[in-house]
Design a binder for this molecule. Structure first.
Ligand code: PMP
Ligand code: GLN
Length: 384
């Protein structure tokens, strides 16, 4: 077997959900909502299963979904995309895999910002690339020009940006996006821009796609996910968006990963993208309310909660909350002894990872949040 996989840990999301099930704990670990998806899109999917095609979709996606993805971004961000820019994938995870396999050659250096989504580094290595980590520092987690610039060498080919950012819940500001774009232009780099959280904005912010910056459309592969837009993470319908030539190359990697994605779910996602603009704002309000409820409860229990303005996540600073354990020890104790699963942040970086932070998913019903906060309070009492 390949030693890369022999020595690889199981994904922290799978690990924590497994422990949550084993201990019948409230699962605030892996990021998925337990409420709030639109009924209409479920009805559409059900109809598509019964009445539509259940045979292979075209590899690059149903034409109506590729059109809908392009039209969605044209409407929301004033871009001028068409179906030729779009390749539909089985979730953003597959889109990331295809984009990395299609763009990284052996020996290429790829810059990622840590804490980083856990699939980036293993996929870069499997493509023969070398991972170069730029460590963002809490609590601001800002991208710094000098730090990024210092990481670029003659072998650097790719930057992977994740904005809005999992696990911190932070949205890059204009100057950070300018920094990434300037470094990419100056060194002729491709940017894989993981923008799956683009619509989960909780405080009225505006999202700017990296590809909309000057000189970036031709060097950006954008990654999107219907799972996030419609609160249906299990559907695993995602996409890559890039200039047509780049999209075609990336589609060749996709064709030998999954070839194609479930046609009925694609049809429902096309419906959702075309008809569901009005769902976005109420979704943001629901999640903002859930975030506030969880933050208020955790603060009342003496936890130090970091700000979060996007995604489903907020982080707790254990050290500042009077908990002396590191993130893994707290997460293990919390799920086993207090009945709540959280995600430790240290698996999101390899070099000098933060060990004093855990991530909680707030995209939950009131009763789940309240039970989760009560269990966190118990965890603090038992483990502090
Ligand atoms: N990238 C980031 C930053 C994510 O947070 C996630 C899922 N939470 C993904 C990619 C994967 O998305 P999908 O479930 O569509 O594969
Ligand atoms: N992206 C989700 C999270 O951050 C989980 C995705 C997964 O389980 N692979 O929790």
């Amino acid at each position: 077997m390949n030693p890369l996989y022999e020595h690889m840990a199981t994904s922290v999301f799978e690990r924590m959900s497994g422990l949550a099930a084993q201990h019948q704990a409230i699962n605030l670990g892996q990021g998925f909502p337990d409420f709030g998806w639109p009924d209409e899109i479920l009805d559409c999917a059900a109809r598509a299963v019964k009445e539509g095609s259940n045979q292979y979709a075209p590899s690059r996606g149903l034409p109506q979904l590729r059109d809908a993805v392009a039209a969605h971004y044209n409407r929301h961000h004033g871009l001028s995309l068409d179906a030729g820019h779009v390749c539909v994938t089985s979730g953003a995870t597959e889109a990331l895999g295809a984009a990395i396999l299609a763009s990284v050659s052996p020996g290429d250096e790829v810059i990622i910002f840590t804490p980083a989504y856990d699939s980036y580094a293993p996929m870069i290595r499997r493509a023969g690339g070398v991972v170069r980590e730029v460590a963002l520092k809490p609590p601001e987690w800002r991208i710094d020009h000098a730090q990024l610039h210092a990481m670029v060498t003659a072998k650097t080919r790719i930057i992977i940006l994740n904005n809005p950012h999992n696990p911190t819940g932070r949205l890059c500001d204009a100057s950070e996006l300018d920094t990434v774009a300037a470094v990419a232009r100056e060194h002729d780099l491709t940017v894989i821009s993981d923008e799956v959280w683009e619509h989960i904005l909780l405080d009225g912010q505006t999202f700017t796609p990296l590809a909309s910056l000057p000189g970036m459309a031709e060097r950006t592969i954008k990654i999107g996910s219907a799972g996030k837009i419609f609160s249906l993470t299990g559907w695993k319908v995602g996409w890559m968006v890039a200039q047509p030539e780049m999209a075609s190359v990336a589609a060749r990697a996709h064709q030998f990963l999954t070839f194609a994605t479930a046609p009925n779910l694609q049809a429902a996602v096309a419906f959702g993208l075309n008809e569901g603009d009005a769902w976005i704002e109420p979704m943001r309000k629901r999640f903002a309310r859930a975030r506030d409820r969880m933050a208020t409860g955790l603060k009342a229990a003496g936890f130090d909660v970091l700000d979060s303005a996007s995604t489903y996540f907020q982080c707790v600073d254990l050290a500042a909350s009077g908990v002396a354990l590191d993130d893994e020890a707290f997460a293990a104790g919390a799920v086993e002894r207090a009945g709540v699963a959280v995600v430790p942040l240290s698996p999101f970086a390899e070099t000098d990872p933060p060990r004093h932070l855990v991530r909680l998913c707030f995209a939950k019903r009131d009763e789940t949040i309240d039970a989760g906060v009560a269990a966190m309070t118990r965890a603090k009492e038992i483990l502090a």
